[in-house]
Design a protein around this ligand. Structure first.
Ligand code: GDP
Ligand code: IMO
Ligand code: MG
Length: 407
């Protein structure tokens, strides 16, 4: 079974990039299946902090192939920028990155539309043109990467979309020519890879609670970061699925507007934000911070059918006497056992918490699970028992080496 998946269980920024970079060693091909440059996946390479927006986080392993699948919306300007930045670091991308010919493009008019709309809709989007590009795709109005191979068709499509298409056709052709050698039928590349026994790792962007179907709609993104997105976004069948790994922070964050049941206020929120350096990798916005929400996490685990949890940023909780975790919701005094399907309910729920003892010591540098403080083990066990899924690894710092695998 050659396909494994790493996806976010919260509202994004769970440190998926770090986990993908870490686990890429065991795979041949790393694939992004949805989202676009709204993602910001941070990797440390030679002690340098690098945010990736479109290129899969496996790119730092020189022998790996990376694929941007058909489910991704590709901003060619952002992609060129990213390729050039990596080149400056000595990482050659062009020979081992493929972009799906079926992937839809984000062009400057999508970003403009995104900015204009969010002024009134106030979702707090990343303004990267994601919503408008997916909208054009569903409306059968979109422009795909592979259209560059058919200039007359591309011109015609642009004519349908914008007024000054003549001028822009030239400009867009130029930028698309830069990525043209990498644009391929990635469906057949992936199918062939699967058939020849290559190991494939799928890298989710955003997170389950930002999923357009399963998230806190309408405060979501426009794609499916959840498990189904893997298949519609790449062309591979679920039949070949091996492991699904869900990434969660040891607490919760959210950027942008929308419900966040365990959100903290005041000093405690600032504490987590500063300890966790919770500022967006894409927009630099301060992230909203709160306690871990196990009702939410269980919902995300169920929706994706995850096999294991990777718990990140454990070190951020190092110096707390007590740590709270959300263990249930009440609405109008009644306990609700599932994650609410309506914003109006989410806005009214009261969260019930369990207070656990903090370990109040530095766990950075610990390399084996058995050497962790008892309180850290208890915290992990509590999560594991509640969700009924094993924690397979924890991250104790931003670097590749800051990791402990479960025994
Ligand atoms: P992604 O979008 O899910 O890939 O996550 P981001 O890169 O947006 O955000 C995660 C942030 O936490 C980045 O700045 C990482 O460098 C950092 N990070 C990752 N793992 C850890 C960890 O275990 N501890 C700490 N303190 N920081 C971490
Ligand atoms: P990674 O992959 C966190 C949020 C935005 C906004 C909502 C819709 O780094 O985890 P969009 O621009 O997608 O239309 O914005 O989704 N959002 C993210 N939040 N991490 C991300 O990606 C996000 N991508 C989008 O802040 O609330
Ligand atoms: Mg991010």
């Amino acid at each position: 079974m050659p396909i494994s998946v790493i996806l976010g269980l919260q509202w994004g920024d769970e440190a998926k990039g770090k986990v993908v970079d870490l686990l890429s060693q065991e795979f041949d091909i790393i694939v992004r299946y949805q989202g676009g440059a709204n993602a910001g996946h941070t990797i440390y390479y030679n002690n340098q902090k690098i945010p990736l927006h479109l290129i899969p986080s496996g790119i730092f392993h020189p022998d790996k192939t990376c694929i941007i699948g058909n489910g991704v919306v590709v901003d060619p300007y952002a992609l060129k920028d990213e390729i050039e930045k990596l080149k400056e670091l000595g990482i050659n991308v062009k020979e081992r990155l493929y972009i799906s010919s079926r992937a839809h493009l984000i062009l400057p008019y999508h970003k403009k539309r995104d900015e204009e709309r969010d002024r009134t809709r106030k979702i707090g989007t990343t303004k990267k043109g994601i919503g408008p590009a997916y909208q054009d795709k569903s409306a059968r109005w979109g422009i795909r990467a592979g259209d560059i191979f058919y200039p007359d068709y591309l011109r015609e499509r642009l004519k349908n979309n914008i007024d000054n298409y003549q001028e822009l056709f030239k400009e867009y052709t130029e930028i698309l020519n830069f990525i043209k050698p990498m644009i391929k039928d990635t469906v057949s590349i992936l199918v062939e890879a699967e058939q020849s026994g290559k190991k494939i790792l799928m890298e989710g962007a955003q997170g389950t609670m930002l999923d357009v179907d399963f998230g806190t709609y309408p405060y979501v993104t426009s794609s499916n970061p959840t498990i189904g997105g893997v298949f519609t976004g790449t062309g591979l069948s679920p039949k070949f699925l091996d492991k699904i790994i869900g990434v969660s922070k040891a607490y919760t964050t959210r950027v942008g507007a929308g419900p966040f049941p365990t959100e903290l206020e005041g000093n405690m929120q600032s504490y987590l934000r500063e300890e966790g350096n919770e500022y967006g990798a894409t927009t630099g916005r301060a992230r909203r911070c709160g306690w871990l929400d196990l009702t939410q996490l269980k919902y995300a685990a169920d929706v994706n059918g995850i096999d294991g949890i990777f718990l990140t940023k454990m070190d951020v909780l190092n110096h707390l006497e007590e740590i709270k975790v959300g263990i249930g919701y009440r609405h109008n005094g009644k306990i609700i056992s599932t994650f609410p399907d309506a914003i109006s309910i989410l806005n009214e729920i009261v969260v019930e918490y369990k207070t656990l003892k903090g370990w109040n010591t530095n766990i950075n540098g610990i390399k084996t699970f058995s050497k962790l403080p008892e309180q850290t083990k208890d915290y992990i066990k509590f999560i594991q028992d509640f969700i009924n899924i094993p924690v397979i690894g924890i991250s104790t710092g931003p670097l590749r080496g800051d990791v402990i695998y479960a025994d």
